[in-house]
Design a protein around this ligand. Structure first.
Ligand code: FAD
Ligand code: MLT
Ligand code: ZN
Length: 489
């Protein structure tokens, strides 16, 4: 069918037959490991695997396989490769660019059964676990030994660590713990021909030639299936403090960030930006009492993590006093206990869900040099308003234009909250947004990846030489092209 105009099913791929399904059933043994929509009507069971978190992308998959071991994955991929059956690896299906959803009838390989935590070294902090472990479960496991998983994000309750690594997720504390390119020490991955690439080094340093595991960090399931990981966890800070500021201009938010780095230095663990519109929408959808009185054009959430609660709290209060007396911030509040910390974070973490409440969201996850970072929100809002697309009533597709994100990493989330997905809105946004980013030498994908959403726009952030090299790497690993086809590469 024509769900994706411009894309046609690749006729090199075989169509699934009862014979293929019989092989997989015999291989995986138990009934629950195969959802078979070929021999029976399994549409309702398959639906969650065919639709993404935003209800934006819909696939036509009729077979879901749930391997229980690396050996299962190896046998599945070898068979698929030999029989020209295309596959899509799927973790927690919380991705925001349509990468985890089949486009046509690709087989979904769901990783949820591979969720064993194998070992944790409480001296070095290295954690060995399966790709299908849920992020929050992994973090709770290492918390028992005083450690923290070096990644945290709003979808932690359902995303998988394998999905996190495959998208190279950034999240709320990249500022503190760095990117997964640094904290993933080892990867086990199955290549499309069934070969197991065992690069499960548990040590921090390993300069033995090319660092091949890095290719899987952010590959979005296009090179193979990540089955196991070694992750370097950090010491968990016993003292966490959070403050929320109201700020009168984006210029002042930048000054506050500079001051936070100066005054909080080694204990600063997050610096997040939310615009006034995002906070109004969260309030409109969820209700409740807002943490600060009145409306501010911008809000900053500052978190510190250190080893001495009193000392850190004092530092944070002093910082707040300083920025308030210098009129850098207009108002502020410091959380008094763990419940208040959670509440303040919920005004930031709740944005993604709340802005989708009206019908849908056009999401742009971009890196822009800090001085210009918020300007894109003004420009996009002006453009959509001039086209008559923004308004309070149902005949306007756009509810509002929202900006928030990881200011500490120059990563803005430009989101257009809509009542429905609408061609006119899309045409006004693309390629306009990507051209805007290219002019400032930003990145069209800071942390969410490319998936299907940005398939046609890679050239705005990568030159022909680099795209050519990426294609060669893809062909080397996956000559038949069975891994997550129709996506960005
Ligand atoms: P999926 O959505 O299942 O898959 C994502 C991609 O990885 C797909 O291309 C898929 O084919 C591939 N893949 C999955 N597992 C494997 C595997 N084992 N081997 C090979 N390929 C695989 N992202 C951020 O970066 N920062 C955030 O702060 C953030 N916050 C979020 C908040 C919310 C509320 C939501 C819904 C999403 C958020 N995301 C964020 C996006 C998303 O959660 C992350 O990208 C996450 O890392 C995806 O993990 P997943 O297991 O759900 O992967
Ligand atoms: C976030 O930072 O909240 C996530 O990346 C999700 C989003 O962009 O909405
Ligand atoms: Zn984010």
């Amino acid at each position: 069918t024509d769900s994706y105009p411009g894309l046609t099913r690749d006729s090199r791929f075989s169509k699934l037959t009862p014979g293929h399904v019989a092989y997989f059933k015999q291989l995986l043994g138990q009934d629950s490991a195969v959802i078979d929509g070929i021999n029976a009507d399994a549409a309702a069971d398959i639906e969650p695997f065919n639709e993404d978190w935003m209800h934006k992308y819909k696939g036509q998959c009729r077979l879901v396989l749930k391997p229980g071991s690396t050996e299962d994955v190896s046998k599945i991929l070898r068979y698929c490769n030999e029989n020209m059956l295309a596959v899509v690896p799927q973790g927690g299906n919380t991705g925001l660019v349509g990468g985890s959803i089949p486009v046509f009838d690709e087989i979904v390989i769901g990783m949820g059964r591979m969720n064993t935590i194998h070992s944790f070294d409480d001296v070095s902090g290295s954690l060995v676990l399966d790709a299908g472990c849920i992020l929050e479960v992994a973090d709770q496991h290492v918390a028992q030994q005083g450690y923290v998983f070096p990644l945290d994000l709003g979808a932690k309750g359902s995303c998988h660590v394998g999905g996190n690594v495959s998208t190279n997720a950034g999240g709320l504390r990249l500022l503190r713990y760095g990117s997964l390119h640094g904290s993933v020490l080892g990867v086990e991955a199955v290549l499309p021909d069934g070969t197991v690439m065992d690069d499960m080094c548990t040590l921090r340093k390993n300069n033995t030639g090319y660092d091949l595991k890095q290719l899987f960090i952010g590959a979005e399931g296009t090179l193979g299936i990540v089955t196991k990981l070694v992750v370097q966890c950090a010491q968990r800070s016993p003292a966490v403090n959070v403050a929320l500021f109201g700020v009168e201009s984006y210029q002042k938010a930048q000054t506050a960030f500079r001051e936070a780095k100066l005054q909080l230095s080694e204990i600063l663990s997050a610096f997040e930006l939310m615009d006034g519109t995002s906070q109004r929408l969260v309030h409109q959808v969820r209700g409740g009492t807002r943490p600060l009185e009145g409306d501010h054009p911008f809000y900053c959430l500052v978190e510190t993590s250190g080893s001495n609660g009193e000392h850190d709290y004092e530092k944070l209060e002093k910082f707040l006093e300083h920025v308030m007396s210098n009129e850098v911030v207009a108002d502020g509040v410091v959380a008094q206990d763990a419940t208040q910390i959670k509440t303040l974070w919920s005004w930031r973490e709740g944005i993604t869900e709340c802005i989708g409440h009206f019908g849908g969201t056009y999401k742009y996850d971009v890196s822009i040099p800090l001085p210009d970072m918020y300007l894109i929100v003004h420009d996009v809002k002006a453009r959509l308003s001039e086209a008559g697309l923004v308004g309070d009533t149902d005949d306007h597709p756009v509810v509002d234009v929202v900006g928030y994100g990881h200011m500490g990493d120059s990563n803005l989330h430009l989101n257009i909250a809509v009542r429905r997905y609408d061609k006119e809105v899309e045409t006004a946004l693309e390629p306009y947004v990507y051209e805007w980013i290219e002019k400032r030498r930003g990145s069209i994908s800071a942390e969410h990846g490319l998936g299907l959403a940005k398939k046609n726009y890679v050239g705005y952030s990568r030159n022909e030489t680099m795209i050519g090299l990426m294609r060669q790497i893809k062909t080397l690993f996956d000559p038949n092209g069975i891994m997550n086809p129709y996506k960005y590469i």
